[in-house]
Design a protein around this ligand. Structure first.
Ligand code: HEC
Ligand code: HEC
Ligand code: HEC
Length: 407
C-alpha cells in the first residue's frame, strides 16, 4: 500500500495558514501567499500557479474597484507589479511592452486565452503562465483594463466592449497561446522576433506509441478519438495531459481488472500490455497541453476556491490541495492533478465515489471526501478547478519503469 500522507516537505507552508480568518481580504491573502512563496520557494511553477489561483480565479462577484485602474490593481498587479515592472525571471514587464503597442487584438486575445509558452519582452525571455480572464471578467471590464495598460505603457487607441466581444467570438474553443511566436504569427507579425514555441505533442515520441495513441490497434481504440489529439479531454472524458505517469498506468490496470468500472475503458485497457500502459502513462504525463476546461456547471467559484484551498471542517471536507498539491498540479505517483480537469468529469467522479460501485480509491480516501460534499459543493469545486492553469513544464513527473502504484 502506498503511504497516502504526503511527506512533510510536500506539505506547503499554506497548511499552517488554515487558521487565518476568512474575512481578511483576499488581496491580503494573495499578497501573503506571494510573500510566503517568494520566501520559501525558488520553484517558479509553484509561484506562478499559486498567485494565478488567487488572482485569476477570483470570482466575478468580487468588487474590483472602479475602472481600468481598479481592475488592474485587483487582477494584474500581484504578478505584473503595481508599476508594471514585472518580476525578473518570472513575470514580464508591461511598462513599454511591445505587446501593448501592437494591434489592440493582441492584448485582448492574451487576456481572453492566457499564454502558456515562451515569450520575449525587451531583452528577456519568459516561460511562465499568464492566466485566462475570459470567464472572470466581462467584455466591459476587459476593455477597461486593456485600455488602462495600453494607455499607461503602450498605445492610445481605445478598445470598446464590442471589440472585446468580437475578439471573444474569434477563437471560441482554443486554450492558451503557445508563447509569443504563436501570438505574432496569428495576430500581429510586426511584433519583435519571438522564441520558438514549445514542441507539439508527438515530437520525440516513439512512433509505436504515437501510432497507438493517435490511431489505435485492435481493441485498443485510438485514445485521441476520445481524449483529444493532445490529451486535452472534453466534457466527461478526462484530460490526461500532465497526470502522473504511474497514476495513469495504475488506472489502466484498474480498468483492466474491473476494480474501476467503465465499459469502454475496460475494453481498451485489457487490450494493452502492462508495458504499453506504462508507455502511454509516460507519454501523457509529459504532455503540456493548454487547458480547454471551462466552468460549465454553474458552480459557486468562490465556494469552490475555499473547498480546494482550505476545505470545510464543519462539513468534514479536507482541503483538496492538501493531497493534490498546492496548485492542484498533483503529487506523483498517486495523487492526480485536478487543475484544468473538465468539470463534468470531476463532478461525475465525485458523485460516483459516493456509491463506491464505480471506482475504488486507496484506503477509501476519495469515498470519504466525496461523501461529505453536497451536490452544489461538487459543482462549485469542479468549476473552480477548471479555472486553474494546467500542470506547467517546470513541474517534473518521474517516468515509470516496470513499477506500478500499490492500490
Ligand atoms: C498569475 C500571474 C499573472 C497575472 C494575475 C496576470 N499576468 Fe499577465 N503575464 C503573466 C506571465 C507569467 C506572462 C508571460 C507568459 C509566458 O511567460 O508565457 C504574462 C504576460 C502578459 C502580457 C504579454 C507580455 C507583456 O509583458 O506585455 C500582457 C499584455 C499581460 N500579461 C497583461 C496582463 C493583464 C492586463 C493582467 C490583468 C488583467 C495580467 N496580465 C494578469 C502573469 C500574470
Ligand atoms: C471511446 C472513448 C475512449 C477511448 C477510445 C479511450 N478512452 Fe480513456 N476514458 C474514456 C472515458 C469516458 C473515461 C472516464 C471513465 C470514468 O468515468 O471513469 C476515460 C478514462 C481514462 C483514464 C482515467 C483518467 C483519470 O483521470 O483517472 C485513463 C488513464 C484513460 N482513459 C486512458 C486511455 C488510453 C491510454 C486510451 C487509448 C489506449 C484511452 N483511454 C482510450 C474514454 C475513452
Ligand atoms: C486525503 C487525500 C485526499 C484529499 C484530501 C482529496 N483527495 Fe482527491 N484523490 C486522492 C487520491 C489518492 C486519488 C486517486 C484515487 C485513485 O487512485 O483512484 C484522488 C483522486 C481524485 C479525483 C479523480 C481524478 C481523476 O483524474 O480521475 C478527483 C476528481 C478528486 N480526487 C477530487 C478531489 C476533491 C475535489 C477534493 C477536495 C474536496 C479531494 N479530491 C481531496 C486523495 C485525496
Amino acid at each position: 500500500m502506498t503511504d497516502l500522507r504526503p511527506s512533510d516537505d510536500e506539505f506547503e507552508p499554506y497548511e499552517e495558514d488554515r487558521g487565518i480568518p476568512l474575512p481578511v481580504s483576499w488581496i491580503a491573502i494573495a499578497l501573503a501567499l506571494w510573500g510566503i512563496v517568494m520566501l520559501y520557494h525558488n520553484n517558479r511553477s509553484v509561484m506562478i500557479g499559486r498567485s494565478e489561483r488567487s488572482e485569476a480565479a477570483k470570482p466575478q462577484s468580487r468588487d474590483v474597484g472602479a475602472g481600468g485602474a481598479g481592475i488592474f490593481l485587483a487582477r494584474c498587479a500581484t504578478c505584473h507589479q503595481p508599476n508594471g515592472s514585472g518580476v525578473a525571471g518570472a513575470v514580464p514587464p508591461l511598462a513599454s511592452s511591445p505587446f501593448l503597442k501592437a494591434k489592440p487584438e493582441v492584448v485582448v486575445q492574451i487576456l481572453l486565452h492566457g499564454i502558456d509558452g515562451p515569450i520575449r519582452v525587451g531583452d528577456d525571455v519568459f516561460d511562465g503562465h499568464m492566466p485566462s480572464f475570459a470567464s472572470v471578467l466581462s467584455d466591459d471590464d476587459l476593455a477597461q483594463v486593456a485600455n488602462h495598460v495600453r494607455k499607461g505603457w503602450g498605445a492610445s487607441q481605445t478598445i470598446s466592449a464590442a471589440f472585446v466581444a468580437g475578439q471573444r467570438a474569434r477563437f471560441p474553443d482554443r486554450g492558451a497561446w503557445n508563447g509569443g511566436s504563436e501570438i505574432a504569427a496569428t495576430l500581429d507579425p510586426t511584433l519583435p522576433p519571438q522564441p520558438a514555441p514549445r514542441p507539439d505533442a508527438g515530437t520525440g515520441i516513439d512512433p509505436a506509441v504515437a501510432g497507438l495513441v493517435q490511431h489505435g490497434s485492435g481493441d485498443a481504440w485510438a485514445c485521441a478519438s476520445c481524449h483529444g489529439s493532445q490529451g486535452q479531454g472534453r466534457a466527461n472524458v478526462p484530460r490526461l495531459a500532465g497526470l502522473p505517469a504511474a497514476y495513469i498506468s495504475a488506472q489502466l490496470a484498474a480498468f483492466a481488472s474491473g476494480s474501476r468500472r467503465d465499459d469502454t475503458m475496460t475494453v481498451v485497457a485489457r487490450a494493452l500490455s502492462q508495458n504499453q500502459r506504462e508507455t502511454v502513462g509516460n507519454y501523457y504525463a509529459g504532455l503540456r497541453t493548454p487547458s480547454t476546461a471551462r466552468p460549465s456547471l454553474d458552480g459557486d467559484l468562490e465556494r469552490g476556491e475555499i473547498l480546494a484551498l482550505q476545505g470545510d471542517w464543519k462539513h468534514g471536507v479536507p482541503a483538496c490541495f492538501s493531497c493534490h498539491g498546492p496548485s492542484g498540479f498533483g503529487v506523483a505517483p498517486g495523487f492526480p492533478a485536478l487543475a484544468a480537469q473538465h468539470p463534468a468529469y470531476t463532478a461525475d467522479q465525485l458523485a460516483a465515489w459516493r456509491g463506491k460501485v464505480h471506482r475504488a480509491s486507496p484506503n477509501d480516501v476519495m469515498n470519504m471526501v466525496a461523501n461529505s460534499l453536497s451536490d452544489s459543493d461538487r459543482r462549485a469545486v469542479a468549476d473552480f478547478l477548471a479555472t486553474l492553469p494546467p500542470v506547467p513544464a517546470a513541474h517534473r513527473q518521474e517516468p515509470v519503469h516496470g513499477r506500478s502504484v500499490a492500490r
